[in-house]
Design a protein around this ligand. Sequence first.
Ligand SMILES: [Zn+2]
Length: 301
Amino acid sequence: MNNKCNLIRDILPLYVEDMVSTDTREFVSEHLEHCEACRAEFEHMRKPADIIPDADIVPLKRIKKELFIKRLQTVFLTAILACAIVTVLFGILTSPKFFPYSDDLFNVNSGADGSITIAFDNKVTGYSCMKEFNDETEIYQINAWTTTWDIYSSNRGKQNMVIPSARETNIQIFYAQNDGSEDVLIYGTNDNAYQDTVTLPRQIFLPYFMLAFLVLVILAVLRFLLKNKQATIVWIDRAILFPISYMAAHLCTKGINFMSYSSQRDFCVIILVAMLFYFAMLTAKSLYKAKIGTSQKKDRN
Ligand SMILES: [Zn+2]
C-alpha cells in the first residue's frame, strides 16, 4: 500500500457518500480501476447500502433533508428581515424629538413638603432628568420630548415629574433644549455655577462608525492576503459581516447623522438592528451557497 492508497482510503468514506468534488471523484474512480486493494475496501464500504432494497432512497432522503433545511433557512431569513425592518421603523418612530424651551411647556410648583413638581404639557410624552452635585447645590438637568409614534398614537398621558427635597437643600433645575441653545434655568437661583451652559450632543457614533470601517478594511486586506488558507477565510468571512452589519444598521436607523442627544437609546437600537442584519446575512449567504451547490450538481449530472 503506497501513499496514494492511504490518501484514497481517507477520501473513500466521502466518495461513497458522493460528497466529493468532480475532480476528486475522477481521481478516486481512476485509482479504483487500477488498485485492487482499494477497490476491495470500496466494495466493503458500499455493502451496507446494498442491503437496502431500494438504493435510491438514500440520496432521495438526503435531497429531502437538504430541501427542508433550505426551506427552514428561507423562512428564518424572511422572519429575521421582517424583524429588522420593524426594529428600524420602531427606532425611527420612537426616536425622541426634543422640545425647545417655551412658557407653556411645563409648570413648576413647589409643594408644602419642599418637593418640586414639574407638570409637563400634554404634548410632552417623555422626559429625562440628570442629577449632579455642585458643592451644596443639587443641580437637575431635564429635557422633554415627544416621538412620531406618540403623536399618532392615542395614549398620551400627562407627565409629571416630582423632585423630592428637604427644604434646606439648594436646588437648581435647568431645562436642556438639546438644539444647540443654552440651557434655561427653570427653578432656583443661578449662582454662576451653570451659566451659559449648552447641552451638547454625544458624538460617539462617528468614532464607532470609523472603527467599524477600519475593521472592515483590515479584514478585507487579510482576506486578500490569506486567500489560499481556506480555514482562515471561513472565519474572516464570518467576522467581516460584523462591521458591515453595524455600518448598515447605523445608516438605516440614523442615516448619515453621527450626533445624538439620546446616545444610549440610539446605540441599543443600532446594536439590535445590527444583530438582526448579521444573522440575515449569514443565512442569506448559506442559502446562496446551497443554490450554487445545487446548480453545480445539476451541471455535473
Ligand atoms: Zn490503492
